[in-house]
Design a protein around this ligand. Sequence first.
Ligand code: PMP
Length: 387
Amino acid sequence: MKPSAIREILKVTAAPDVISFAGGLPAPELFPVEAVARSAQAVLLSADGPASLQYGVTEGHLPLRQWVAAHLAETVSLSVTPDDIVITHGSQQALDLIAKVLLDPGDLVVTENPAYLGALQVFQAYEAHAVGLASDAHGLQPTALRAFLESSPVRPKLLYLIPNYQNPTGVSLTAARRAEIVRIAAHFGVPVLEDDPYGALRFSGEAQPALGTFPGARDCLYLGTSSKILAPGLRVAWLAVTDAGLREKITSAKQAADLQTSSFTQRLVHHYVSQPGALSAHVETLRSVYARRRDLMLAALERELPAGCTWTKPDGGLFLWVTLPASIDTTALLQIAAREKIAFVPGAPFWVGEPVRNTLRLNFSNSTEERIETGMARLGAVIRAAL
Ligand code: PMP
């Protein structure tokens, strides 16, 4: 496991006078702190209070799993039972458990390129080999997937995808590509892992069902989380896995890792989401605030960035992705940017294989409108100076 040079640089940018578009953080001022406090108190003072402080079953609190199954049916048309759900300590833990169970050293995992850094770190930790395939403004290219699977002498153990406003690019897979990718993966017998932390945070375009609902889809592996729709500090997420054998192994791996996700936070999340309209009203607030921040950032990019720069226009989520003229290495640029009190994440570590060094990720959810305006002006000046 390798230390991250970028994490070291980004530590410098944690100072309050630095405007950071680096972290993948939700807006803390929008956390429903009082509602969460009321849920915490209600859980503790209910007849179930002592159970919320007791050990629980590894697969998770049954009423929460029942809610998750209903929520997945409602939001992504996924038809699963509470028995198909495992509650995990963040979806990051689910990624780790899946990799632990499925991947042997040298196994192949196919991903978009660039891909979510946190997943790449997991695959690397289990000594699997990630293969990043050609992706564009509409996500992974099905032709690249087919060509790779036709020519690969080894069948990959997993196809890992973030179909909605991907981390780091903000790009979404079109409906046609989703259908085609599911068909290709099924044809070649490759399980698809859908990671969907941002799906509910849609500002534009049409909501898409889970990959597991498309014709030909085999066993479903779907990750959801309360992190971006409620609060990441609670660490409550869910994995829907319909293959009973695989689910059993994942549950055993979780038991060995941490016995269970916190009995208390599981009940807290369940209490919060069970209040009629609470979650949907909160998600609606997030959507409207984040959409406005995305729009401001897009307008600022148009205004501040010199010719030769391009960027994605996400339909939702937290991030967008910028490509600068080829002469700029964004890892070096971050050092200069930090001195000018502005931060972003350089694109290099998100690339599987050869990095495209003139790319960077910007987060728009975690900065106020005023800081977006000021920060983007600083970023524009730093880029223009570098050219
Ligand atoms: N998957 C993706 C694509 C993410 O962006 C994140 C959060 N950065 C995670 C998984 C992990 O989320 P959590 O563990 O908070 O559920």
